[in-house]
Write a protein that binds this ligand. Structure first.
Ligand SMILES: *[C@@H]1O[C@H](CO)[C@@H](O)[C@H](O)[C@H]1NC(C)=O
Ligand SMILES: *[C@@H]1O[C@H](CO)[C@@H](O)[C@H](O)[C@H]1NC(C)=O
Ligand SMILES: *[C@@H]1O[C@H](CO)[C@@H](O)[C@H](O)[C@H]1NC(C)=O
Ligand SMILES: *[C@@H]1O[C@H](CO)[C@@H](O)[C@H](O)[C@H]1NC(C)=O
Ligand SMILES: *[C@@H]1O[C@H](CO)[C@@H](O)[C@H](O)[C@H]1NC(C)=O
Ligand SMILES: *[C@@H]1O[C@H](CO)[C@@H](O)[C@H](O)[C@H]1NC(C)=O
Length: 508
């Protein structure tokens, strides 16, 4: 009872707060057992100016929410900045749940949540009103239109047995540039001869991670969050990739794979110039929510090089072979900006030195299409010779721009080896620093990455950004304080009115 009264007070305060801000009452929390309709205030008349409505639809765990628009007519703007409807796969405080922002008269498509919560936000500005919208919502226990970028759906009741007479159909809708990959994680159905293999699968066997099939899906260009590819195989000698939607926040509920697969012989060096994911779970001190994992090979069964989250910056990573897998997992809520990654193929080479010269040898297998002029030490005139199996450079220290440098008391002979992969379309030159300790006749080589410099710049820029962010955050609380005072006064007033009512009832 006490709890119920407390809840009542709380709701009263919440609504007083909402009502105190705007003159129009709209929005609310809906917990439908079947279905209902939501419309903009005053529908089908013109909606009022300056309103913000928020509906939260919650159905029982295991079900989903299906939205169908019957009418849609809002003020048009190219980016829907004036009047709009926003739809969230979850709570609206979390922009990572945003499924789309809509205005004008192009009605949103059917939406289905990938879990049991969905939100709708309606906003109108000070000018121009239209008739608004009417949307039907329905609790869906099976089937639906799936519009998230990735997600998981189950047969009804999973992992328990599904009911008899169930007929469920799921439609997966993505932007017309994307390909849908369907992976069955668990599969147990009654075997039946009528079951058609081209459109469905039935079997009593238990599959695990099998049955990957690519299906091209229909169009849905209304989705504002349609990102770049999230499943990618990268084959260029060096390249960049980012979390989906970067530099905007990444979507929730993602499982993305980037496989860097270079020709045999290469190793891969990977950097993360920027990392901004949800923080680790403070209870377990591990990256349970959103994370980036890197595997030393082509699958998640290979050696894990590390798993990162929050703002923790991974160190530069180098693969043992010519393949490296990066996996991004995001959970149902809280999204951040994501990450940027840059990689380069490292050419394996043998570098040695005598007291007078460098000897550099690179297997031809590692550099299939390059001519010998593309491999040179210091200056283009010191290019490689071709032998039957390798590129070879013999360069005396007095030539090719080799210079002495003092490193920890020892004079090292240092030069730069260039490998020019540029083609007509793209400029791409790798640089390797080669060093020789001529006293001990010991040589070494390491790749110089422009990305290293970019990384430093990026870090500097980030530091700059976080400074300006701090000042914004410092400015904010004051604004909150006044509204909180109003809010608290409204609550106190509500409590006093309540007490008067109770006293009055008791006296009667
Ligand atoms: C919702 O609106 C549609 C379209 O006007 C109507 O057909 C339907 O019966 C309404 N549903 C409910 C539950 O009122
Ligand atoms: C995707 O849809 C848009 C708008 O309908 C269209 O202009 C574009 O050509 C389509 N792209 C492909 C690859 O079908
Ligand atoms: C199975 O698919 C084939 C070809 O699409 C079709 O001709 C056949 O009628 C289907 N069978 C059933 C049981 O749906
Ligand atoms: C990677 O990104 C950096 C910085 O934006 C750029 O300078 C570089 O050329 C990119 N590399 C490739 C291979 O796209
Ligand atoms: C480097 O030297 C080792 C040992 O001498 C040899 O087995 C290997 O093939 C050489 N690699 C290249 C790229 O020349
Ligand atoms: C550098 O040389 C000085 C004097 O010759 C010596 O004391 C010092 O230990 C040397 N440092 C290193 C790192 O070798």
């Amino acid at each position: 009872m006490g709890l119920r009264i407390a809840l009542y007070f709380h709701l009263l305060c919440v609504f007083s707060k909402a009502a105190s801000k705007k003159g129009v009452k709209c929005g609310g929390i809906l917990a439908p057992s079947s279905s209902g309709n939501i419309s903009s205030p005053n529908f089908p008349g013109l909606y009022p100016y300056n309103v913000d409505c928020s509906w939260l639809i919650v159905v029982s765990e295991g079900s989903s929410v299906l939205l169908t628009f019957y009418h849609f007519e809002l003020e048009y703007h190219q980016d829907c900045t004036y009047d709009y409807v926003k739809i969230y796969n979850g709570v609206s405080e979390d922009e990572g749940n945003l499924l789309g922002k809509f205005c004008g008269d192009s009605s949103p498509p059917q939406f289905s949540s990938s879990w049991n919560i969905m939100s709708i936000i309606f906003h109108s500005d000070r000018h121009v009103a239209h008739s608004g919208f009417l949307v039907g919502y329905r609790k869906d226990s099976c089937g639906g239109v799936l519009t998230g970028l990735s997600g998981v759906f189950f047969s009804p009741g999973y992992p328990h047995e599904y009911s008899n007479n169930a007929e469920c159909s799921w439609t997966i809708q993505v932007s017309n540039r994307s390909v849908v990959t369907l992976v069955f994680l668990d599969f147990q159905l009654e075997n039946n001869e009528g079951c058609n293999l081209t459109t469905s699968h039935c079997s009593t066997a238990r599959h695990s991670n099998t049955g990957t099939s690519g299906i091209t899906a229909g169009t849905s260009n209304h989705l504002t969050s349609s990102p770049r590819e999230c499943q990618q195989v990268l084959k260029t000698i060096s390249g960049n990739f980012t979390s989906p939607s970067y530099p905007n926040i990444y979507p929730n509920n993602m499982n993305c794979h980037w496989l860097v697969a270079l020709p045999p012989g290469y190793r891969i060096k990977l950097f993360f110039p920027l990392m901004a994911l949800e923080d680790q779970n403070s209870l377990s001190d591990s990256c349970d929510f959103d994370s980036v994992a890197v595997y030393d090979g082509s699958s998640e069964t290979e050696v894990l090089l590390g798993r990162w989250c929050g703002a923790e910056q991974p160190p530069p990573l180098t693969s043992r072979t010519n393949k490296l897998l990066v996996v991004l997992n995001t959970d149902r809520n809280v999204a951040f900006k994501g990450f940027t990654a840059t990689y380069m193929g490292v050419v394996p080479m043998n570098v040695s030195c005598t007291r007078t010269e460098f000897q550099i040898q690179i297997s031809q297998r590692a550099l299939p299409q390059l001519d010998r002029e593309s491999v040179f030490l210091g200056t283009p005139s010191c290019s490689a010779q071709m032998t039957a199996t390798s590129y070879k450079i013999l360069a005396r220290f007095i030539s090719c721009g080799t210079a002495g440098q003092k490193r920890q008391n020892i004079t090292m002979l240092v030069n730069t080896l260039y490998i020019d992969f540029s083609d007509g379309k793209q400029q791409s030159v790798q640089e390797y620093e080669v060093q020789c300790d001529a006293q001990r006749k010991v040589a070494s080589v390491s790749i110089i990455s422009p990305e290293d410099r970019i990384r430093m710049n990026e870090l500097a820029r980030l530091a700059e950004e976080s400074k300006s962010l701090e000042s914004v955050q410092r400015a904010e609380p004051e604004a909150h304080e006044t509204s909180d005072i109003v809010f608290i006064s409204v609550c106190v007033l509500a409590v006093i009115l309540m007490l008067i009512a109770i006293v009055w009832l008791v006296l009667l």
